[in-house]
Design a protein around this ligand. Structure first.
Ligand code: UD2
Ligand code: MN
Length: 667
């Protein structure tokens, strides 16, 4: 009897364990499923700047992707997205701290994430007036602003924004702006469907201490038409635009207005800090960030050192704004009259995207400036997917907007963008009618895009008339293309004496069509990153692969007359000596680790290369080591890979011979 009882007890325990295990597996699979829905098919998305605490790497730029979704509301009901569930818990999120949603709400939390592409349940727990830290440097805190600053209208456009997020934006504007500088707040509803954004919102704003009005678009149009409607009704001296999911931190407004008072042709942006889409924590970002655009005109953050270009006197002042070739688009202040003098916005840009590209080029080319004030900090919820619909199709809308910007402002470079951006082509360009915007460019007598690149963005990684653009081909000595190339180079007079990249570019340019026609798609190999996914923020080893794989554009290179070998997204070929010991191995030609990497361009000596037309070797300028193609063992994957390394030069070595095949980029 006693024995049977013992056995029963064991069985019982086993049952319990199995039950627990089954439940555990179920929970994990639900989690994985939800996560997989949230990261379905990717498109371009606005990047978030690197946070201050996460990385000290000086030339890093963190980026994200726009992620489109098929079924936005999934199995949500109308009630789910119309009911306002804001229920603040005192002290939650104070000082910008993260919110932890209680475990019992985890499933609901994941379900509701999809509504806005951020954690609505977390936001709904944070009071509208939560405290934030003071994110300014001591120098910025000490700065005194004169009493005669211009007043501003804050314009916030939204489409289906969450209640708590929108109202926290408004509350932070009211609580952290000097009352006399804040003329009014203007909300523009871009045809939202959520019911709480109708009467409930109207009665809420009626009692605010700052005059707040709401205007509504008759039909869904996009952020440009909505901002234009808001601007029309604004009466402040300055227009300050904010996204509908921001939090302004202490002292954010004065530096913006002061800069505009100083120079009315400046479009001034705050430093955009990161509010987590996951837990709504507020993270300060680096102050010395600036922005530009990649080959597909997606906005990118960069952080290489930039001169503060304001005035001679302020050049060393850490509170002085930094000139930026590109603006993120959502958060900026501009003199109201200047906004209209400069052609406000291209009102034919729909829904989302492109307007920040257009505005950046237009302001700079037509005599203005775009700057970031290090003393003004505003947080923004960066999302990794888009929560709303794109009437007209996401890709069509975006490419139309970009085609408009490129056609009007980019001169020769517009063809480059059309040729190398998926979804864009010369026929998309022909479809858009930009007559009015071209007339504006005439009227304002704006400068050329070449001027913009040379003067405003000298670090740029686009092709240019004095640069090479195309493929770097490995001359294996046997393919027709390789032989024709080597033969051509060997017959050039004075080749052994000339070390000028410029000379090499010219000699190649004249033969580009011939070389291209000889490329054997089966056998010719071109330089490219080791991994399919392009490196944007980290070091990436280099290899060779198919010469036709245009997919990533990371196998196309720009070479500057100075000798930088660059590719899309501000990535450069760099000599990166690994730690001692490994160097010895490299010299023994038995390398297993690479000392050549693709990494953020910095313009320093590690990224300068020479080309010898006589031997067709590419060598690192300082160390005089040659780019070599070698088989290496990937320790982690336990397999042989071809890796490009720097090794001692040997003119007989076939693995050190490289050629350049130019690609077309302008008409
Ligand atoms: C960035 C900008 C954004 C805009 C966009 C390019 C920042 C922080 N944000 O993307 O302001 O320049 O790049 O176009 O720089 N909205 C509408 N109607 C629409 C779509 C959007 O009213 O059809 C509103 C939306 O509710 C939000 C604002 O426009 O308040 C910007 O949209 P977003 O937050 O989706 O853009 P974001 O931050 O990804
Ligand atoms: Mn936004």
């Amino acid at each position: 009897m006693g024995l049977r009882f013992q056995q029963l007890k064991k069985l019982w325990l086993l049952y319990l364990f199995l039950l627990f295990f089954a439940f555990f597996m179920f929970a994990i699979s639900i989690n994985l499923y939800v996560a997989s829905i949230q990261t379905a098919d990717s498109e371009l998305r606005h990047p978030k700047p690197p946070p201050k605490r996460r990385s000290l790497w000086p030339h890093k730029s963190i980026v994200a992707h726009y992620i489109g979704k098929g079924d936005i509301f999934g199995n949500m009901t109308a009630d789910d997205y119309n009911i306002n569930q804001f229920k603040p818990v005192p002290g939650e999120g104070a000082d910008g701290r993260p919110v932890v949603v209680p475990p019992r709400d985890r499933f609901r939390m994941q379900r509701f994430f999809r509504l806005n592409s951020f954690n609505l349940l977390a936001s709904d727990r944070i009071p509208l007036n939560r405290t934030l830290k003071d994110y300014r440097t001591p120098e910025c805190r000490d700065k005194k602003y004169d009493s005669g600053l211009p007043s501003t209208s804050v314009i916030i456009v939204f489409h289906n924004e969450a209640w708590s997020v929108l109202l926290r934006t408004i509350t932070s504007v009211i609580n952290r702006s000097p009352r006399h500088l804040l003329k009014e707040i203007i909300l523009v509803d871009d045809a939202s469907e959520r019911s709480y954004l109708k009467r409930q919102l109207e009665s809420y704003i009626r009692v605010l201490t700052v005059p707040t009005r709401i205007y509504r678009m008759k039909k869904r149009s996009g952020l440009v038409p909505a901002r234009l409607l808001g601007a029309e009704h604004a009466r402040g001296d300055v227009l300050t635009f904010l996204d509908a999911h921001c939090e302004c931190s202490r002292g954010w407004l004065e530096p913006l207005l002061a800069r505009i008072k100083e120079a009315r042709n400046v479009v001034i942006c705050p430093v955009i800090d990161i509010i987590s889409d996951d837990n709504f924590s507020y993270t300060k970002t680096f102050e010395n960030h600036w922005g530009g655009f990649n080959w597909q005109l997606s906005f990118r953050w960069f952080s290489s050192e930039r001169k503060r270009q304001t005035t001679e006197i302020t050049a060393k002042d850490s509170t002085a704004p930094i000139a930026t070739p590109g603006m993120a688009g959502g958060l900026f202040a501009i003199d109201r009259n200047y906004f209209y003098e400069m052609g406000s916005y291209d009102s034919n840009m729909r829904v989302w995207g492109g307007e920040n590209v257009e505005m950046s080029f237009r302001i700079w080319q037509c005599g203005g400036r775009v700057e970031i004030s290090p003393c003004s900090h505003v947080g923004h919820v960066f999302r990794s997917s888009t929560p709303y619909t794109f009437p007209g199709g996401m890709s069509e809308v975006l490419t139309d907007n970009l085609a408009r910007a490129a056609t009007v402002w980019m001169d020769d470079w517009q063809y480059f963008v059309m040729l190398y951006t998926s979804g864009l082509s010369l026929s998309v360009k022909d479809k858009v009618n930009v007559t009015e915007r071209v007339a504006l460019r005439e009227k304002l007598q704006c400068k050329s895009f070449a001027w913009y690149l040379e003067n405003i963005w000298p670090e740029h990684f686009f092709p240019a008339p004095d640069r090479f653009f195309g493929k770097i081909i490995w001359l294996d000595g046997e393919t027709e293309c390789a032989q024709a190339y080597s033969k051509h180079m060997k017959n050039l007079p004075g080749r052994a004496l000339s070390r000028e990249w410029q000379r090499a570019f010219e000699e190649i340019e004249s033969k580009s069509e011939e070389f291209m026609s000889l490329i054997d798609l089966e056998r010719d190999k071109c330089l490219r990153p080791l991994k399919e996914v392009a490196p944007r923020s980290s070091l990436q080893p280099v290899t060779v692969g198919d010469c036709t794989s245009h997919a990533q554009t990371m196998d196309m290179f720009v070479i500057t007359p100075k000798g930088q070998i660059m590719t899309n997204d501000n990535i450069c070929l760099a000599y990166r000596p690994p730690k001692q010991g490994v160097i010895k191995l490299l010299k023994n030609r038995n390398a297993t680790t690479s000392n050549v990497m693709l990494t953020q361009c910095a313009g320093d000596a590690s990224q300068l290369w020479n080309y010898d037309m006589d031997t067709q070797q590419i060598s690192h300028r300082d160390t005089k080591l040659c780019l070599t193609l070698k088989a290496a063992t990937n320790a982690r994957l336990q397999k042989q890979e071809k890796v490009v390394l720097c090794m001692q030069c040997d003119f007989k070595d076939i693995t050190q011979k490289w050629g350049f095949i130019p690609l077309p980029w302008r008409l």
